[in-house]
Design a protein around this ligand. Structure first.
Ligand SMILES: N[C@@H](CCC(=O)N[C@@H](CS)C(=O)NCC(=O)O)C(=O)O
Length: 212
């Protein structure tokens, strides 16, 4: 019997949505454990850190605990290889892996920096304007990647799953009940105007996919 797969989540979480998308595409049933964002004690108890998502595979002393959404996506890909979310061709696979790494370690920094700055008593508006301009510039990169193709690297992959929960904000706006500063920043600092048809169509395509 397949051991139960539990995933701890908080509401409106971008990183949780990555896991929900990948699990649904792979037909994996997830037992969601809802965590109150104001009380992370259960997350800390099960994983030693306060951030969601956390995946727990199995039960008891042999249970595997995986933190950090990129690690969880990797775990799902290894344990549930079908359908693959990484290309079989090594060069194409490396391109997707490099994109995901860039997205997680570089692209995410400006919106996080803006959120931290806005939390200060006297935010540095010049610094915010610089980070904001950097975010807007990346919109052109995503639009270019989507030229003549439906997904960022051709076929649906971890690149799309990794980026969509963040890039959906300027297209879809905030969902009901979502008042997170970080999400508002994603809406406000990536204005699309009348442009970015490829990005808009891609967001609609991804949003139509199931969630576990
Ligand atoms: N690198 C982690 C980041 C996880 C993370 O930041 N999770 C957010 C929800 S999307 C969270 O729990 N934030 C804690 C907080 O807002 O207090 C991942 O990709 O899973």
């Amino acid at each position: 019997m397949t051991p139960p797969l539990r995933v701890y989540r908080v509401p409106h979480s971008t990183n949780v949505e990555r896991v929900a998308l990948a699990a649904a595409l792979k037909g994996v049933t997830v037992e969601w454990v809802d965590v109150d964002p104001a009380d992370r004690s259960e997350l800390v108890r099960v994983s030693g850190q306060p951030l969601a998502p956390v995946l727990i595979a199995g039960t008891g002393a042999t249970a595997e605990v995986v933190c950090d959404s990129p690690q969880i996506l990797c775990w799902l890909e290894q344990h549930y290889p079908q359908p693959p979310l990484l290309p079989a061709d090594p060069a194409a696979r490396a391109e997707v892996e490099i994109f995901c790494d860039w997205f997680n370690r570089v692209w995410k920094l400006p919106p996080n920096a803006i959120a931290a700055e806005l939390g200060k008593d006297a935010p540095d508006l010049t610094a915010i304007a610089g980070w904001s301009a950097g975010m807007r510039r990346t919109l052109d990169l995503f639009e270019a990647l989507l030229t003549g193709r439906d997904f960022l690297f051709g076929a649906l992959s971890l690149a799309d799953i990794t980026a969509f929960p963040f890039l959906k904000y300027p297209v879809l706006g905030l969902s009901a009940g979502d008042d997170e500063r970080f999400h508002r920043i994603l809406v406000e600092h990536m204005p699309l105007g009348d442009g970015y048809p490829g990005l808009r169509a891609w967001v609609a395509r991804l949003d139509a996919l199931p969630r576990a």
